[in-house]
Write a protein that binds this ligand. Structure first.
Ligand SMILES: Cc1ncc(COP(=O)(O)O)c(C=O)c1O
Length: 421
C-alpha cells in the first residue's frame, strides 16, 4: 500500500484509501525505543549491586537508589536529598500526591510537624487547569472528585491575572496543574515572570500546591535547549517553599512506561511523601533504576540521546506543518502551533468544527484524539481545538495523516457552509 498522497487528494479520495492510521496518543515510535536497547545490558547477570554494594534484587530503599536520586538531582537542578526516585511513571506519582493530600493533608504553616486538614475533610476542593492541557491530569481530578476550573493558556504560560485572582479569593482552590516547558498540547513555555508570579502569589488556601509536571524538560525539537526558571528556588525565595511538587520521568527518554520517575520538592514535602508512601510500597524497582543510572549516566549522555530522538521526531513535526501550510494557511480562523519541544501540535479549527473534523477523520480510518480531550470534563467551549500526536507513525504515514486531517477539516467547513445556506 503506497502512502504517497495523490496531489489532488480530497476527503472522498482520502476515504477511499481505506487507511488505518492512529494519531491519538503521544507515544514514542519503535525506532525511538530502539535507541535505548543498551538498557538491557546495563544491569547484566551479577551486575545487580549498587555503588555501595547494596543488592538491588532485594526490598528496601523506599525513596530510591541513592545514585538514581543523584541522577535526578543533576538533571532537575535540585539537591539529591530533595529528590525521590520512584517507579515507572510520573503520572502515578502525581495521582498519589493528590490522593495522599486528599487522605492525609499536606504540610502547612511554619512548624515542621504542622499539617493541614486532609483535603477531603475541607469540603469541595478545586484545581486550576490551564486549558488546553493534558487530558490525563484532568482524568485524575475527575476520578478523585476534584472540581476543575479552566484558565486560559497563553504562549508564555497560563493567564496569570486569572490565576492570581482565583487563588487569592478562593480557599477551595488547593492546587494547579502546570507543565512549564513545552506544555502539552500547546507547546507553551512558561516565561520567567509567570514562574515568579506563581511562586509569589498570595493564596487563600495555606496548603495550596503547584503540581509541576516537567514531563518535557529534556524534549527539545529544535537546536535550542529551552529551559524554565527554577520553580523550587523561586517558591523558596518567595517564602512559599512548600508550594511546589515537581514531577519528571525518563519515559520518553528510554522506554515509555518502563523507565524511572522522580518527585522533587522542599525537605518538608519530601518527608511528607516518605511518610505517606512508606505505607504503599516497600520500595521501587531498583534494578531498573540501576540500569537507568548506568545507561543515562549524566546530562551530557542524556542530551546526546535526546538529539537522536530529535532527529527522528523533528521531520514528522515538520511534515505536519508543511501539509497544513499547503492546505490550510489560507483558511480563515484556522491556525496551529509549531512546537519547539514535546509530542503534540495544537490545531485550531473555526469554532464549532473540531468535533465534526474528528468524526470525519474517524470515518476515513484516521483516529484522532477526541475533540475536547484537552479541556476539563472533555468540553472545549469553542469546539475548536484538535490535538495531533505525530510521534508514533512512520514519516510517510504522518504526512498522509496530516493530509487526512486537513481534508477532514475542509469537509467539516463545507458541511457547515451548506447547512448555513
Ligand atoms: C505532560 C505529561 N505528563 C506526564 C506524562 C506521562 O509520564 P509518565 O510516563 O512518566 O507517567 C505524559 C505522557 O504523555 C505527559 O504528556
Amino acid at each position: 500500500m503506497s502512502t504517497n498522497p495523490p496531489v489532488d487528494l480530497n476527503y472522498e479520495r482520502f476515504r477511499q484509501l481505506r487507511m488505518r492510521l492512529d494519531m491519538s496518543r503521544g507515544k514514542p515510535a519503535p525506532e525511538q525505543l530502539d535507541l535505548s536497547q543498551g538498557l538491557f545490558g546495563a544491569a547484566p547477570d551479577g551486575g545487580y549491586r549498587a555503588r555501595d554494594g547494596f543488592d538491588c534484587r532485594n526490598y528496601g530503599l523506599a525513596s530510591g537508589l541513592p545514585e538514581a536520586r543523584e541522577l535526578g538531582a543533576g538533571l532537575l537542578g535540585v539537591p539529591a536529598a530533595q529528590v525521590i526516585a520512584g517507579g515507572n511513571s510520573s503520572l502515578e506519582l502525581m495521582h498519589d500526591a493528590l490522593a495522599f493530600a486528599l487522605l492525609h493533608g499536606v504540610p502547612a504553616g511554619d512548624s515542621s510537624e504542622e499539617r493541614g486538614l486532609p483535603w477531603r475533610a475541607q469540603g469541595e476542593i478545586a484545581f486550576l487547569c490551564p486549558a488546553p492541557g493534558y487530558d490525563r491530569h484532568f482524568a485524575i481530578c475527575e476520578a478523585l472528585g476534584v472540581r476543575m476550573i479552566a484558565v486560559p493558556m497563553r504562549e508564555d504560560g497560563p493567564d496569570m491575572d486569572a490565576v492570581e485572582a482565583l487563588v487569592r479569593a478562593d480557599a477551595t482552590v488547593k492546587g494547579m496543574w502546570c507543565m512549564p516547558l513545552y506544555s502539552n498540547p500547546t507547546g507553551a513555555i512558561y516565561a520567567d515572570e509567570v514562574v515568579r508570579r506563581l511562586a509569589a502569589m498570595p493564596a487563600a488556601a495555606p496548603d495550596f500546591r503547584l503540581f509541576w509536571d516537567d514531563a518535557y524538560r529534556f524534549h527539545h525539537l529544535t537546536g535550542e535547549r529551552h529551559a524554565t526558571l527554577d520553580v523550587i528556588e523561586a517558591c523558596a525565595a518567595a517564602g512559599h517553599a512548600e508550594r511546589v511538587l515537581m514531577f519528571a520521568s525518563l519515559s520518553k527518554v528510554t522506554f515509555a512506561g518502563a523507565a524511572l520517575a522522580w518527585l522533587a520538592a522542599s525537605p518538608r514535602n519530601v518527608a511528607w511523601w516518605q511518610r505517606c508512601a512508606a505505607v504503599r510500597t516497600i520500595g521501587p524497582d531498583k534494578l531498573n533504576q540501576l540500569r537507568h543510572v548506568r545507561f543515562v549516566r549524566d546530562r551530557a549522555t542524556l542530551e546526546a540521546l535526546m538529539a537522536r530522538h530529535r532527529a527522528l521526531l523533528a521531520p514528522k513535526f515538520a511534515a505536519v506543518d508543511e501539509v497544513f501550510r499547503a492546505r490550510l494557511s489560507a483558511v480563515p480562523q484556522v491556525r496551529w502551533n509549531v512546537p519547539r519541544g514535546d509530542y503534540f501540535i495544537s490545531l485550531y479549527a473555526p469554532p464549532g468544527c473540531a468535533r465534526r473534523t474528528v468524526e470525519l477523520a474517524g470515518e476515513a480510518g484516521l483516529v484522532l484524539t477526541p475533540a475536547g480531550a484537552a479541556f476539563p470534563y472533555g468540553v472545549d467551549p469553542e469546539d475548536s481545538h484538535l490535538r495531533i500526536a505525530p510521534s508514533f507513525p512512520a514519516l510517510e504515514e504522518v504526512r498522509l495523516a496530516a493530509e487526512g486531517i486537513a481534508v477532514s477539516l475542509l469537509r467539516a467547513l463545507e458541511e457547515r457552509a451548506m447547512n448555513a445556506e
